[in-house]
Design a protein around this ligand. Structure first.
Ligand SMILES: [Zn+2]
Length: 312
């Protein structure tokens, strides 16, 4: 079912846009030819979603492995070749994969089926960004928005393989029910925290949708994208805020180096206050395959448990 419709010219044009390669980025083997549709997804959240809805009819290859930062990710030659050999490509959009925009444009122009997940979300529900894009791309942190993303993905799969539409719809409905359960779990756990303890301080501004949906004030040391560095004035301001508000814990992120949050902890200590590192949150990537955070749902449960347990 592979469509070998890419042209040499498109390959060359995309090839010239490649600016680097990534050492540790997920499974990059060639697709099998076992009768399944071949889908490439960018982030680990999207790989997980595609497997959940596509089920037995799709073979999913993720470009970014666990712990990889999508803001900084550059497509390798192997990535581009894999996408060209695929039947469908799934990406987040809203500038999340900020270094890959032209690659997706070229693939779309070459006639490839490219699904931009964020297009499934009503613009009125999107939060603004002051950093790179117009809107904040971290849509997976509000489970209700991720339900809209699931619907968009199912639409893409039905276009890809209309003969399996009924099965995709059934998978979608059961996954939406699981997401409803997850949403209830998050609301219930968040309710264990008194209002004044609901302050989430992390390495970068990934959690605005989370804060908006579940009633947390959110502060990130770096901006919406990790491409912009945190300045010393950001660090000082946040350290003052932590001391003034007697914040108990701050959090490292699995896809962002820990040094900035550790520097923040030190800056707070220099002011005579102790703030603990409350644990590691999965921000722009879910956990490793084979662990208890290998799916989006498990990862989100782990995040809310880490947050509530540390701030209680
Ligand atoms: Zn991010």
């Amino acid at each position: 079912m592979k469509k070998l419709s890419f042209s040499i010219i498109a390959l060359f044009m995309i090839g010239t846009l490649i600016t680097g390669c990534n050492a540790s980025n997920g499974n990059k083997d060639a697709f099998n030819t076992d009768g399944k549709y071949n889908v490439v997804a960018t982030t680990t959240m999207l790989s997980d979603l595609t497997r959940a809805i596509g089920g037995e009819y799709v073979e999913v290859k993720g470009l970014m492995g666990p712990g990889i930062d999508p803001h900084l990710y550059k497509a390798s030659a192997g990535d581009v070749s894999l996408m060209q050999k695929s039947d469908m490509i799934v990406y987040n959009g809203l500038h999340l994969e900020g270094k890959m925009a032209e690659v997706f444009e070229n693939l779309t122009d070459s006639g490839k089926l490219v699904v931009t997940i964020s297009e499934g979300i009503d613009e009125a529900k999107l939060l603004e960004s002051d950093d790179g894009g117009i809107y904040d791309p971290h849509i997976w942190f509000d489970v209700n928005l991720w339900k809209d993303a699931a619907v968009e993905l199912a639409e893409g799969l039905k276009k890809l393989a209309p003969e399996h539409s009924e099965k995709f719809e059934a998978n979608l409905q059961s996954y939406l029910a699981e997401l409803d359960e997850l949403n209830e779990y998050i609301i219930q756990r968040a309710s264990e925290l008194p209002e004044k303890n609901r302050v989430l301080i992390t390495a970068h501004d990934a959690f605005n949708y989370f804060g908006n949906a579940y009633g947390f004030e959110v502060k990130g040391l770096q901006g919406i994208s990790t491409a912009s560095e945190a300045g010393t004035s950001d660090l000082r301001e946040l350290a003052n805020y932590i001391v003034e508000n007697q914040i108990k814990a701050i959090f490292i992120e699995s896809s962002v180096p820990h040094k900035n949050i550790e520097a923040l902890q030190e800056a707070v200590k220099a002011k005579g206050f102790e703030v603990k590192i409350g644990g590691e949150l999965y921000s722009d990537s879910i956990g490793d395959i084979g662990t208890d955070t290998e799916t989006y749902i498990e990862t989100f449960k782990s995040n809310i448990d880490t947050i509530v347990d540390a701030l209680k």
